[in-house]
Every structure is written in structure tokens, then in C-alpha cells.
Design a protein. Structure first.
Lengths: 505, 594
């Protein structure tokens, strides 16, 4: 037997090596021996917190209730370019809807999947409660509340005999007077227990005890207010914290508050001021880029992402977003370079190979296309991912004129993902070419009911009806297509043609 | 004169009707004047012979029941006469040579023309009755002598209506609409009266009798529903001339004098314009429009017509097309603008996009923005002002604008120089160096690339075919392939949980075969979910209709874990499913409340 390590040091070492479960177990043993050991108690709290810790800044999903019953929204009709709720009203930079597909909420597809870009704000309750299950269009609305619940129950799951600390029995005022202990306790209550109310109480006592001079507590109070939905109060706390101490974190929180209040321009200003203090800070630049992207200002977003890459050339989000931007602005060869860079960085997943295959196809590098897709298929983790790969293979098949293969691919997309509106639409076009009018019509109706944000099914339906001679239906469908994509020239022409038909004797 | 020069540049900017550069003075706007009328029922007339022109409007009322003849002086209502029926046209004309020259008003309404003098009813002219159908006459004769029962009478009348060329009288038509219990009293009430057939007027205009002067006696020209044009003597109200045309007239324009030579231009309901001359029994020229005419005016010797296909066209007197322009919106009504001082004549076109465009020939010379859709438009003397534009709107408003004396209109073509579209640059992305490098690679190793692609393609085809067959074998696709039952299924989950609504949309895609005896079955983890109806029978599916079948799913347990629910569509007596759908359920958010 060698030298026995001091158990506390051993636990600390486990903690440093991020073996939190072992660390927590060891601390429990220590605490059994000596229940009053503050160091062990503190370490165990930290270990438990770290186990479930989620970065508050990045992970942000609005629940249905928050989206639909938002009482902070004052102006229902915001001025163009000032609101996140009306995307597309800003500067019309970037490619049109015909080239870059939109998500359900009317934003262009982003190159990087993150919670906030996907949830969006649905237009109606009906749309909100429907659960779209296509990874491409919009995420399932597993809302904030659902996630917090799972975290909250973490204490019950890990400890079958009850929670480690019974928060309601603690005298928070006492702990607040011990600053070092209080901070750990706060994080434990906030992250592990997800008990925002008690966390807020503790933070309030602590900040009082620190005579309102500790910025850290102010940020924590702000976080609590934010979680409770009291955005204006959170804003004052963050601002006051920023006056005492400039911190990147605080700036990010403040910007988050503003974007939740639907004031993207103010959020951008916050970022800009932050950049004066911390020039070249990647997270700030990235935050700006995201807001630009959400406001449909793709070119400004791309600029920001480029700045990010100047500082940190392995930033995955920036690379992916720039790549997709290049792809949709008709420069697949550059997009290919960026995706290759991601591959070199060690990212090895289905989505990346999917994108590589598409880029190769559009950049005419034919030898690489199919092997990329094959690899993407074998790497696909879920049916949705496989569906997307089949869908793109269908596109390649259409491109080389093999409609039989295309038909099979689109069918396989549907087999993998029942709600793939795009492939319903494409199948309908193939059926239309074969002359199966009735089937094409059914497919188009399905596509438009699954994805009301797409203009293609409506337009195709209009064309189909016009060919059959059903001008009335054609006109109605064309109007719907125009509603979703007013600039679509073909729709405009079709409507004009129909109007001439109607006016004719 | 300096003012005239300063306003000259503004004529170039025909498109912007901004207040600063407007050629019009806003004299009066009453949005609640309650004037609902069309251009044919609006006229400007010097009713008292004192040079103070009044506005005469045949008003339909907002509900189409309170018909009134309204006379405006300035901005106020001067007098109001109730009309017995909806007016179709209102014109003013001189009946006799007495001094002072006080024009009479003629209001065409149904089969009558009501003539007002000095705003008092003066005379009522009735269109001559027409010969009723002899067979119809026989039927009513029999009814009079009670020789025929009601049902056979109805059958006979219906047969006449179907077959005879001559339409039935109003009395018979009314009888055909009645229910059997009401027939008896109706026949008893009407059988003793002789049946009459009466036509109605559709349009009316005036034609100078023998002199060209402003204050010359005019005849009335009317178009009727039975496709005739009649010309009436102004004093005796006898029919001077009668022409039959091939369709029902809708708009009428008259030029010349009755005693010398005249020309009638008639736009008809069949989308054609007919041009007639004195003494011609048939139309001399015919213009076939491809759409319905919305309005017709004549400027000097040219006919200008606006059509429902958003075009404005000009034709010569002989029916030759001169020009055509596309309007930005559907035209509502047309008016003529005859500015005597500068001898400027143009056509006013009220459009559905809240604008009034002024065209001189095919050139747009001015645009007026209006607050509501204009339904009637007239230009001329009003009060003591020479050039007044009077419009009424769809909402019943009255707009009066006065043409500024200093304003001049650009007479030439407004659109000079290259068209705008030529100077727009297309943003074609530049081809990058990378692209060029890649094309080089393609050129160098084209054969190898092609071979690799072809091998890969065969492999992918095989892979796709295998996967496809597997999907078909398991009936994995939401679209069934079988020829007997081409079905389509798609599922939507609604709700936040713990109770979800699962909506299956089942649709039959065959052309004309209904599908029956289908069963729907759910397979799921019973520890996690409970479904209200895990197995039920689908209704018979009619082709082309979408059948939403809903059931409720309750999420059990509080783990916040979601699972897959499988749906099978089966046909009776067959264990292999026709369709399968996998529904990945969302996480139940209802736990937050618990």
C-alpha cells in the first residue's frame, strides 16, 4: 500500500478531473464521518452542480406560453427592421426565398443548429401547439419549462433517499453572511435544484450583506429575474452590475434580455459597447452575428462571423454559417472549402457529410458526391437525419435525370420522416410528370398542410389546377403562394395569366 | 404667366400626385355624402338657365331601396325627389326653344323615362309594350275559363320557357316561382288581366336634333334590354327611329345631329362594340373586344374603351384599333375630360387601386390619388367654375376638385429615353479562383471522375432499391403502393401534454374508387402512454377527401421521456399493414405544472 491521499484532496482531484460522481461519493463518505465539514459539503455541492450545469447564456428556448402570452410585447406591428417577430422586414440582403429555404417562422435556414434559431416565434396558437418533427424546418417545442423540470428532478434521480440539501429548511440569511459558501450554495440551488425563488432570496440577502457592492450577486439576481420572466428587473440588475465591473458574461446576459424583449437593435448596441471594452471578443461577435441572422440580415451576419474567424479560426458555428451562406449565394466551391475545414477539425457527423455531398454536387466535383452521401447515411443517428440525406440524394437523382431513383429516394425520405413536406412536394412534381394528377394533388395538399410556410406546394398546386383547367382553385392556390412569397415572379405571372382568363369573354 | 412656367416641370412627373405639384384644387370632400351611384346617373346641368350649373345625381341609396334624384348646388343639397325605381341613366336635355333655356332632366328607370322640368315631374314616357308569346296567351286564356289545372299549366309554361324563342311575360315567370298553395290565389287574381310583356332600358344618351349649338334641342337615344336602340322626339316623345342590334347595349355614345347625319357607338353585353349610322338598319362596324367593356367615351373621332382585363384601348370610328395600354389595376369607370380653354381633351380612368389616371391618347398625363374607390366620375361646368371634376366613391363620398387655371398638361409622350429595366444591373456572383481551379481539375481528370461517379451511382441505385424494397415490405412508407388501395397517411401531434391530440390524416388517392373496411391500430409502450382508442375502424374513404381521425394520447409517468408510437392501417382480414407511420412524440410539458 502506498501513501493514502488525504480524502478531501482526493475528492478535489476528482473534481478537477471532472469525475463528479466519484467526487460526490467521496464527499458523502467524508460528510458521514464528520457532518459539519464545510469544505466537503461545499465540494459536494459544486460537484453536483457541475454534473447538471448548463450554460445559461447559450441554451435558451422560449416555451409556448412565453411565446404566445408575451405581455412584454407592446407594439404588435413593429417598424421594419426593428423586431425579431417580423423577420424579412429588414434590409433585403441575402438570397431570396427561392434559393435559400425558410424555416417555419419565415427565417432562412441557418448553417448551425442552436436552440434559439430553431424555436422562433410561431404566428398562431394553432401553429405553436402543432409539433413539427422535421429537424430541418423547426425544432420540437420542448420548451424551457420541460428542460428545467428535468434538471430539477436531477436531485431526486441521483439520490434515491432524498435531496442532498433540503433548501426549504436552510436559514438563507445565515448563509448569505458567509460569502464563499453562499456563492456555491446559490449555484447549487439555482442549477441543481432549479429552485429560482429560494435562489433569489439567497442572492437578495447576500447582495444586501455585501452592501450592494458585489457585482457577482447582481448578475445572479438578474439571472433569477430572467428565469422568472421579469425582464425589466433583470435589465436593471445587469446594468448596475456592468457599472461596477465590465464582464463579457454580463453583457451577454443583458443582450439576451433585450432580444427576449424583442429589441434586437438595443441588443446590438449592447454588444457594440461591449466590444469597445473587450475588442475582438468572440462570444460578443458571435452574439451580434446571431441577432443579424435572426433579423434576416444575412450579409451583416456573415461579416460578424468573419470577424469571429479572425479571432478564433476554429469556431465551428462561424465556419458552418459562412459555409452555408456561400452555398446559398451560388458559391458552392467556397462552401466546400469551409466544410472541409470542419472535417479537418475533427467533426465527423452525418450533417457535415450531407453538406459536403451537396457542395460537391453543385460545384461539379462528381467523384465525391455519392461517397459523401453514403458516409452520411451510415453516420445518420436518427431517422430524421437519414431522411435529409435521402432527400438530398433525391435532388442529385433529379439533377442527373434519373426520375426512378429520385422517386425512390423521396419515398424513402417519407419512410424515414413522415412530415417531410419538401419531399411530398417533389414527389408531387414527379407524379405530375407521369400524369398522375390525383396523386400529385393529394401530395401537394399534404405538403401545404404540413408546411404552411412553403410557397412551392401552393405554386405547384396552382400550376397543376391551371393545366387541368380548374382556374378557380388555381387562382386560390396562387394567391396563397403569393402570400408566403410575394416576390416570386412565376406566381405573379400565373396570377396575371389567370386574371386575363377571368376577364376574357 | 410666371406661375404657368413654374408648373410646367411638374407635368413631367405624371406619376406623383403630391399636393405641392398637383394640378387640382381640392374644393370639397364629404366622405359621408351618402351618394351611391355610377357615372351614367351623374350629370351637370344649368337647370335654371342662370349660368349656375348644378350637379344632378340619380342616387341608389346605401341599401338600394332609397332611390332619390338629388341636386347639388355648390357644396350643399338643393333638392331631393324620390324615385319609384332604380335609375339606369340620368341626362339633361333641351326640349324646346323657349327663353330662358332651361334644360329638362330625363331619368331612365325600368321601362319608363321620367322627365322633370324645373325640378318638378313633367312627363312620363313608357316604352311600347311588346307582343306576348301566343302560346303563353293561349295558356292564360284557358286559365281564365278554368279549363286547365294549375300543375299542367305550370308544365306548359315551363315547356314554353324552355323552347320558345320569345321570352315569357313577367306574370308567367312570377307564377313559375310560386309554391303550389300560392298558385291558386295568384291565378285567380291575375287571370282576368291581359298578359303584357315589357322591356327595360339599359342606357340613355342625347342627340342634337338639327343644330350643333350648345343650346340646341336634343333627342333622347335609349338602349333597351330586348336589343334595340330607340330615338325619341323631344317634344312629342314619339319614336323617330328604331334599330335592332345583335346584343344588349350597355354603353352608348352619340355624335352628330339627328336630321343631318349621326353615328351611334354601342358597347354591348357580348363584349362587342357596334357602330351604327343614320339610316343603317344593321350595325356598320363591329369591334370585338376580348373582355367586357367597363366604360366607353369618344374623344373627337376616336373611341376609347376600358376593358375588364385591365386595358385601355383606342379605336377609330371605323373600328380600327389605334393603341392599347395596360392599366395598373382594374378600371372601375371612365369619364371624359374636355377642357375648353386649352382645348385639351383626355380620358379619366378611375382604378381599383385608389387612383384616377388621366390619359391623353395612350399617354398618362396625370394621376390623382383618391381616398376611396371612385364609382362615378364627371368633368365639366359646376357652379360658375368651368373645369370641375366630380367623383363619388364606393363608400358614398363626394369629391369635388377644380382644375387650376395655371396648370397645363404635357401633350407628348411622357416616357422618353431608355426603359428603366435596361439600366438595372443583375447581381451575378463572380466566379472565384477556386472555381477556376476546380474546372481545371475537371478538365484534367474528367474520365476518372466520370468513372468513379458511375460506379458510385450504380452502388447508390442498388442501395436505394434495397432500402426501398425493405420499406415496402414493412409498409413503412406513409403512401401505400398497392393499386387497390392507394392511400396516404400523415400524422400531427398537437398539444403540450400530458394529454396530446393525435390527428391522423388519411386520404384516398385513387381516381374514383372508394375504400372501405379499414382498421387503424396503434402500437405503443403501455407504461408510458395510454391511448383513448388504440384500435378503431376508419370510415369509408371517398377519393380526394381528407379524413382527419383524431384520438387522445395521455402521457403517463413523470420522467419527461418521449417515445415512439406506431400507427398501422390494416385492411380487414389481412394481417399485413397497408401503411405504417412512426410518430415520435414530443416531451410532455404538462409536468411543469405538476
Amino acid at each position: 500500500m502506498g501513501l493514502e491521499m488525504d480524502p478531501l484532496l482526493h475528492a478535489l482531484s476528482y473534481f478537477r478531473r471532472r469525475k463528479f460522481q466519484l467526487c460526490s461519493d467521496l464527499c458523502s463518505q467524508l460528510l458521514e464521518k464528520e457532518p459539519g465539514d464545510q469544505a466537503a459539503w461545499c465540494l459536494k455541492m459544486r460537484a453536483l452542480t457541475e454534473m447538471v450545469y448548463v450554460d445559461e447564456i447559450d441554451v435558451d428556448q422560449e416555451g409556448i406560453a412565453e411565446m404566445m402570452l408575451d405581455e412584454n410585447a407592446i407594439a404588435q406591428v413593429a417598424r421594419p427592421g426593428t423586431s425579431l417577430k417580423a423577420p424579412g422586414t429588414g434590409q433585403g440582403a441575402g438570397p431570396s426565398q427561392a434559393i435559400r429555404p425558410l424555416t417555419q417562422t419565415g427565417r432562412p435556414l441557418t448553417g448551425f443548429v442552436r436552440p434559439s434559431t430553431q424555436a422562433g416565434r410561431p404566428g398562431s396558437i394553432e401553429q405553436a401547439i402543432k409539433t413539427p418533427r422535421t429537424a430541418h424546418t423547426a425544432r420540437p417545442m420542448t420548451s424551457a419549462s420541460g428542460r428545467y423540470v428535468r434538471l430539477g428532478t436531477a436531485s431526486m434521480l441521483t439520490n434515491p433517499d432524498g435531496p442532498f440539501i433540503n433548501v426549504s429548511k436552510l436559514n438563507l440569511n445565515n448563509y448569505a453572511q458567509k460569502p464563499k459558501l453562499a456563492k456555491t450554495l446559490f449555484e447549487y440551488i439555482f442549477h441543481h435544484e432549479s429552485d429560482v425563488k429560494n435562489a433569489l432570496d439567497l442572492a437578495a440577502y447576500a447582495t444586501q450583506h455585501a452592501q450592494f457592492k458585489d457585482w457577482w450577486w447582481k448578475v445572479q439576481i438578474g439571472k433569477c429575474y430572467y428565469r422568472l420572466g421579469l425582464y425589466r428587473e433583470a435589465e436593471t440588475q445587469f446594468k448596475s452590475a456592468l457599472r461596477q465591473q465590465d464582464m463579457v458574461d454580463t453583457i451577454l446576459y443583458l443582450a439576451k434580455v433585450y432580444s427576449r424583449l424583442d429589441q434586437p437593435l438595443t441588443a446590438l448596441n449592447v454588444f457594440k459597447q461591449g466590444l469597445e471594452q473587450f475588442p475582438g471578443e468572440v462570444s460578443l461577435l458571435c452574439g451580434m452575428a446571431r441577432i443579424h441572422e435572426e433579423m434576416n440580415n444575412i450579409s451583416a451576419a456573415a461579416e460578424c462571423y468573419k470577424d469571429v474567424l479572425k479571432q478564433d479560426n476554429t469556431h465551428v458555428e462561424a465556419i458552418a454559417c459562412i459555409a452555408s451562406n456561400h452555398f446559398y449565394s451560388d458559391q458552392p466551391e467556397i462552401a466546400l472549402r469551409f466544410y472541409r475545414r470542419l472535417l479537418q477539425m475533427g467533426i465527423y457527423n452525418s450533417q457535415l457529410f450531407n453538406n459536403l455531398g451537396l457542395c460537391c454536387f453543385y460545384a461539379q466535383q462528381y467523384d465525391m458526391i455519392l461517397s459523401s452521401f453514403e458516409r452520411a447515411l451510415s453516420l445518420a443517428e436518427s431517422e430524421e437525419e437519414a431522411a435529409d440525406v435521402w432527400y438530398n440524394l433525391g435532388h442529385v437523382a433529379v439533377g442527373i435525370g434519373d426520375t426512378n431513383l429520385a422517386y425512390q429516394c423521396f419515398k424513402l425520405t417519407l419512410a424515414n420522416n413522415n412530415d417531410h413536406a419538401e419531399s411530398y412536394n417533389n414527389l408531387a412534381v414527379l407524379e405530375m410528370q407521369k400524369g398522375h394528377i390525383e396523386q400529385a394533388r393529394v401530395f401537394l395538399q399534404t405538403a401545404s398542410s404540413i408546411a404552411p410556410h412553403m410557397y412551392e406546394p401552393h405554386f405547384n398546386f396552382a400550376v397543376l389546377s391551371e393545366k387541368v383547367g380548374d382556374l378557380q382553385r388555381s387562382y386560390i392556390a396562387a394567391q396563397k403562394s403569393k402570400e408566403t412569397f410575394p416576390e416570386h415572379v412565376d406566381t405573379q405571372q400565373l396570377i396575371k395569366q389567370l386574371k386575363q382568363h377571368f376577364a376574357r369573354v | 404667366m410666371a406661375a404657368a412656367a413654374s408648373s410646367a416641370p411638374s407635368s413631367g412627373s405624371a406619376g406623383d400626385g403630391t399636393r405641392a405639384t398637383s394640378k387640382w384644387l381640392d374644393a370639397h370632400y364629404d366622405p359621408v355624402a351618402n351618394l351611391h351611384t355610377f357615372s351614367s346617373c351623374v350629370t351637370l346641368a344649368d337647370l335654371h338657365g342662370d349660368g349656375d350649373y348644378k350637379l344632378v345625381v340619380g342616387n341608389f341609396g346605401s341599401t338600394g331601396h332609397e332611390m332619390k334624384l338629388k341636386v347639388y348646388q355648390g357644396t350643399s343639397l338643393l333638392s331631393e325627389n324620390t324615385l319609384p325605381d332604380l335609375p339606369t341613366s340620368v341626362v339633361s336635355f333641351l326640349m324646346e326653344q323657349h327663353e330662358p333655356r332651361m334644360p329638362a332632366l330625363a331619368v331612365a328607370s325600368g321601362p319608363y323615362i321620367y322627365v322633370y322640368k324645373n325640378l318638378r315631374p313633367y312627363f312620363k314616357f313608357t316604352l311600347p309594350p311588346m307582343e306576348p308569346n301566343p302560346m303563353e296567351k293561349v295558356v292564360w286564356e284557358q286559365a281564365k275559363e278554368d279549363k286547365v289545372d294549375l300543375l299542367s299549366m305550370k308544365e306548359m309554361l315551363e315547356a314554353i320557357r324552355e323552347n320558345a324563342e320569345m321570352p315569357l311575360s313577367v306574370q308567367s315567370l312570377r307564377f313559375l316561382t310560386l309554391d303550389p298553395p300560392e298558385m291558386d290565389s295568384f291565378v285567380n287574381q291575375h287571370k282576368s288581366q291581359p298578359i303584357k310583356r315589357q322591356t327595360v332600358m339599359t342606357c340613355m344618351a342625347t342627340l342634337k336634333k338639327n343644330r350643333v349649338d350648345e343650346d340646341a334641342i336634343s333627342c333622347l337615344v335609349i338602349g333597351t334590354e330586348n336589343m334595340e336602340i330607340l330615338i325619341l322626339d323631344p317634344e312629342a316623345f314619339t319614336i323617330l327611329s328604331k334599330v335592332t342590334i345583335p346584343s344588349v347595349p350597355t354603353f352608348l355614345d352619340v355624335a352628330g345631329q339627328f336630321d343631318v347625319e349621326y353615328r351611334l357607338t354601342v358597347a354591348c353585353r357580348n363584349g362587342s362594340i357596334y357602330i351604327l349610322r343614320r339610316d343603317s338598319k344593321r350595325p356598320k362596324y363591329c369591334i370585338e373586344l376580348s373582355a367586357q367593356a367597363v366604360g366607353l367615351v369618344r374623344i373627337q373621332k376616336n373611341i376609347i374603351v376600358a376593358c375588364s382585363d385591365e386595358t385601355l384601348r383606342g379605336y377609330t370610328q371605323k373600328g380600327k384599333k389605334l393603341w392599347g395600354v395596360t392599366l395598373p389595376a382594374t378600371p372601375i369607370t371612365l369619364g371624359i375630360m374636355d377642357e375648353k380653354f386649352q382645348s385639351f381633351q383626355a380620358v379619366l380612368v378611375a382604378l381599383a387601386n385608389l387612383e384616377v389616371h388621366i390619359y391623353r391618347d395612350k399617354n398618362l398625363v396625370n394621376v390623382i390619388q383618391v381616398p376611396d374607390i371612385v364609382t362615378s366620375i364627371s368633368f365639366g361646368h359646376y357652379g360658375r367654375e368651368d373645369n370641375t371634376l366630380i367623383m363619388t366613391t364606393k363608400g358614398g363620398g363626394l369629391i369635388i376638385k377644380i382644375l387650376k387655371r395655371t396648370s397645363t398638361f404635357h401633350k407628348g409622350d411622357t416616357a422618353v429615353g431608355v426603359p428603366v429595366a435596361q439600366s438595372i444591373k443583375l447581381s451575378v456572383p463572380k466566379k472565384t479562383k477556386l472555381y477556376v481551379d476546380q474546372t481545371l481539375r475537371e478538365r484534367e481528370s474528367g474520365v476518372a471522375m466520370h468513372q468513379v461517379f458511375q460506379t458510385d451511382l450504380s452502388r447508390i441505385r442498388l442501395m436505394a432499391a434495397r432500402a426501398y424494397v425493405r420499406a415496402l415490405e414493412c409498409s413503412m412508407t406513409p403512401v401505400s403502393e398497392s393499386l387497390q388501395e392507394p392511400l396516404k397517411l400523415n400524422a400531427v401531434v398537437q398539444g403540450m401534454g400530458p394529454t396530446f391530440k393525435l390527428c391522423l390524416n388519411l386520404q384516398n388517392m385513387s381516381e374514383n374508387r372508394a375504400v372501405a373496411n379499414l382498421l387503424i391500430c396503434f402500437v405503443y409502450d403501455e407504461n408510458r402512454y395510454s391511448i383513448e382508442r388504440p384500435f378503431f375502424k376508419a370510415p369509408m374513404l371517398i377519393p380526394g377527401l381528407n379524413y382527419p381521425l383524431a384520438t387522445f394520447v395521455e402521457c403517463l409517468g413523470d420522467q419527461g421521456i418521449s417515445d415512439i408510437i406506431k400507427v398501422f392501417v390494416l385492411s380487414e382480414g389481412n394481417s399485413r399493414p397497408l401503411l405504417t407511420a412512426h410518430i415520435s412524440m414530443p416531451v410532455s410539458e404538462g409536468l411543469a405544472a405538476a
